[in-house]
Design a protein around this ligand. Structure first.
Ligand code: TYM
Length: 322
């Protein structure tokens, strides 16, 4: 089973990134799994070059610390494999302007940015290139990436119809719970690196005191009933999802173990602190040897290049470029 997924190096991963994506990457990693730090995608929004340079390596270390094993799967940085940008261009000649303007993430981000980069519009095409370059069967992501995944399938099918069988059509997969972790201060919007307030997002390297404070202050409701109900009690449902995901239980099982919100929040904070502590420890250890990390990443990029080169050549030939 060929697996591919990606994450932007635009800040410390939060609980949404961890529970929606990274945790399932760790659980399903195999020798056919490719995970990518998508630095080219981060350039679609304003980002300081020095920050981007540091975050590429820091995010790579974070992903290893979360449990990706360089002896099992392949982790690499997108810009170190030239075929992503190259296939992107070929696919821009297959995707249509209309379908890109309909992407919810584009509408959302473009309404918040003053000077819009053209790449914000074409972003999903680069994402399709990322995925299709590895003959990917399955893409484990959070729920917010579903529309982009559907577009990837449309582009791949159109390419195959027009130029002959070239790409594998990938499936999207998301975790059973916590596929959309919501902002702790506003459970009607997703937890987001760029939009959520400091209290609204919980980052994987937050201190125990910060974790406790954020969970204690998380918005719930006033009826005081421990029940899993996304429609009427989204704040509580979000916290139940987080607990369930860390504990390997269902949200209903979790709800039945507690009677008071206060006790539940205390137990949740404890569970999150205990689950994240080893990740921070491993991260600190990894960052003491940057040259070893760089070696892992170079090896990852070489492996990813050797696979994607073949698929790129297949697509270029199909279109008449060689
Ligand atoms: P990014 O960097 O925003 O997020 C990385 C992963 O985290 C998931 N995620 C969430 N899951 C649950 N709840 C949330 N609040 C939450 N926020 C983020 C995302 O769904 C994602 O799985 N476009 C992608 C990166 C990308 C990619 C790809 C992904 C580029 N190329 C190819 C898969 C395949 C993105 O911006 O993810």
């Amino acid at each position: 089973m060929r697996i591919f997924s990606g994450i932007q190096p635009s800040g410390t991963p939060h609980l949404g990134n961890y529970l929606g994506a990274i945790k399932s990457w760790v659980e399903t990693q195999n020798s056919e799994a490719y995970f990518c730090v998508v630095d080219l995608h981060s350039l679609t929004m304003e980002i300081d070059p020095k920050t981007l340079r540091n975050q590429r390596l820091e995010l790579s270390a974070s992903l290893f610390a979360c449990g990706l094993d360089p002896e099992v799967c392949t982790l690499f940085v997108q810009s170190e494999v030239p075929f992503h940008a190259q296939l992107n261009w070929l696919l821009e000649c297959v995707a249509s302007y209309g379908e890109l303007t309909r992407m919810v993430a584009f509408k959302d981000k473009s309404s918040r940015q003053e000077a819009q980069r053209a790449s914000l519009l074409t972003y999903p095409v680069l994402m399709a290139a990322d995925i299709l370059l590895y003959d990917t069967d399955r893409v484990p992501v959070g729920d917010d990436q579903k529309q982009h995944l559907e577009l990837t399938r449309v582009i791949a099918e159109r390419f195959n119809n027009r130029y002959g069988q070239t790409f594998v059509i990938p499936e999207f997969s998301k975790p059973a719970f916590a596929a959309r972790v919501m902002d702790l201060q506003d459970p009607t919007r997703k937890m987001s690196k760029s939009v959520s307030s400091p209290l609204g997002k919980l980052e994987i390297f937050d201190s125990p005191a910060e974790i406790e404070k954020k969970i204690k202050k998380a918005i719930t409701d006033t009826d005081g009933e421990m029940r899993y109900d996304w429609e009427l009690k989204p704040g509580l449902a979000n916290l139940l999802d987080i607990y369930a995901s860390f504990a390997g239980e269902t949200p209903d099982q979790v709800a039945s173990k507690f009677t008071r919100y206060g006790d539940f929040k205390t137990a949740l904070a404890q569970l999150v602190i205990e689950s994240l502590a080893p990740i921070a420890e491993r991260y600190n250890a990894l960052m003491t040897d940057r040259s070893e990390l760089e070696r892992f990443m170079r090896r990852g990029a070489e492996k990813a290049s050797s696979v994607s080169e073949v698929v790129y050549a297949r697509a270029a030939t199909a279109m008449g470029l060689n």
